[in-house]
Write a protein that binds this ligand. Structure first.
Ligand code: NAD
Length: 453
């Protein structure tokens, strides 16, 4: 029996003991996870430093604070989420108990990505634990140091039979995918998502797919460009552009392009100094394969700012590309790196058309002082989430669903959405064996007399 098969079998066996049915058990596991995060900040930060050159101070901000808030919310709301949810009744069931009872699904497979390896692997796990499932955790092999921290330390805090960590690469993930799960929660790219869906189809396993895409950022002329560009520069260059909801490209009127470039450049310097390469807050591309992938996108662009790079260090400077055409290489796939192309549109209508002609993005950013325009753009486009006048922060609001639509993903999570996603919402109706007279009409023979016609 393979290591992967063994882990799944153990998790299934643990689940079948029924101990996750107890809310106290779930809460104690969530609190252990909280304790893990508090006590192991150093190991978490060291792993991220080695994997992505993340700064010590950035780690809590981008990786663990959100998890803590998610855990706190789950602990305080679990009773409410797990309770029967009464529903409106119809005439035939007026004196019955009619309600929705959330119940655990069983064994969930969580497959994480490498860019925010804690946030995107542990956040679904929180939902899985809260909903009373067992979960097999498969961290990305690409962020290898973090995967090792998870493998070594998580079992010291969590019920290790119920929540095993399985490390490894493509072969191990594919071995896991041969097993039967009750839900597969995958974060990563769309190509692999198709492999996941094919594997899931074998057992009719439901999937949640948290993917990426090209998230547009529209800047209206009617806008405080200094503030807008500061927020955009932060959203783009954090984690060296390797953020699933980073603004991928800018759409704006050509008359403001120079100001936009100037303002973003000013903020790059403010955030990361004149030489971002030596700034501890500026990250690195995860590996040489991705370095080459991102650099290839620079081939047919006009660099307005940045462009410096060093393959040996996986360093690419914060870069802005001007006058980019829609058919440029950089516009063909998600950038997932620190390149910011600017494309010209002459109106909001043109921007809407541009966005709607492409795959539905994970996020849409609109910068404008015109509230009506913001609302119109929301009404006339589609994306996983939409944020006006800021970047990224919708991820941190755990009362909002987070997820994609179309090519950017399937299913949403965070807060109660995670709980519901990883529960079966079971419809329950409890009738008494009394008042049989009420049912007379439904039994054959159906006659006009019985129906009172
Ligand atoms: P990745 O390469 O780490 O892959 C993700 C997982 O898929 C890993 O655990 C890996 O083992 C597994 N995998 C890779 N190839 C496989 C194969 N052939 N068969 C089976 N399993 C395989 O991560 P990535 O895909 O490079 O991550 C980047 C992408 O993820 C970007 O598109 C980004 O936008 C997206 N992303 C989305 C979110 C979100 O919340 N929506 C968050 C982070 C990243």
């Amino acid at each position: 029996m393979s290591r992967e098969q063994k882990a799944v079998e153990l998790a299934r066996k643990a689940f079948l003991t029924g101990r996750t049915r107890s809310l106290d058990y779930r809460i104690s596991q969530l609190k252990n996870l909280q304790r893990f995060i508090n006590e192991r900040q150093k190991e978490i930060a060291d792993g991220l430093k080695k994997d992505l050159s993340k700064s010590e101070f950035g780690t809590p901000l981008y990786e663990t604070m959100g998890l803590e808030s998610e855990i706190n919310q789950a602990v305080s709301k679990l009773k409410e989420w797990a309770a029967p949810r009464p529903v409106t009744k119809n005439l035939l069931t007026i004196s019955d108990q009619v309600y929705i009872q959330p119940e655990p699904l069983g064994v969930v497979l969580v497959i994480g990505a490498w860019n925010y390896p804690w946030a995107v692997t542990i956040q679904p796990l929180i939902g899985a634990i809260a909903a009373g499932n067992a979960a097999v955790i498969k961290p990305s092999e690409v962020s290898a140091h973090t995967a090792k921290v998870m493998e070594d330390l998580l079992p010291l805090y969590l019920d290790k039979e119920m929540y095993p960590v399985v490390t490894g690469g493509v072969a191990e993930t594919q071995e896991l995918l041969k097993q039967r799960f009750d839900h597969i929660f995958y974060t990563g790219n769309g190509m692999v998502a198709k492999i996941i869906m094919v594997a899931a189809a074998q057992y009719l396993t439901p999937v949640t797919l948290e993917l990426g895409g090209k998230s547009p950022c529209y800047i209206d002329n009617n806008c405080d460009l200094a503030v807008a560009c500061r927020r955009i520069a932060w959203g783009k260059y954090t984690n060296c552009g390797q953020t699933c909801i980073a603004p991928d490209y800018i759409l704006c009127d050509p008359s403001i392009q120079d100001r936009v470039i100037e303002e973003i450049e000013k903020n790059i310097k403010d955030f990361y100094t004149e030489n971002p390469k030596t700034c501890p807050d500026y990250g690195r591309i995860i590996n040489q394969r991705h370095f080459k992938r991102v650099m290839a996108m620079l081939e047919d662009g006009t660099v307005a700012v940045g462009g410096e790079n060093d393959e040996s260090d996986c360093y690419i400077a914060p870069t802005i590309l001007r006058d980019v055409k829609p058919d440029a290489k950089v516009m063909q796939e998600e950038i997932f790196g620190p390149l910011l192309p600017i494309l010209s549109v002459r109106s909001a209508d043109e921007a809407i058309k541009f966005i709607n002609e492409r795959e539905k993005p994970l996020a849409l950013y609109i910068f404008s002082e015109n509230n009506k325009l913001i609302k119109r753009m929301i009404a006339e486009t589609s994306s996983g989430g939409v944020l006006a006048n800021d970047c990224l922060i919708h991820f941190s609001v755990n009362t909002l669903p987070f997820g994609g639509v179309g090519n950017s993903g399937m299913g949403c999570y965070h807060g109660q959405f995670s709980f519901d996603r990883l529960s079966h919402l079971r419809g329950c109706l409890i009738k008494q064996l009394k008042m049989e007279g009420v049912n007379k009409m439904r039994y054959p023979p159906h006659t006009a007399e019985k129906l009172g016609w």
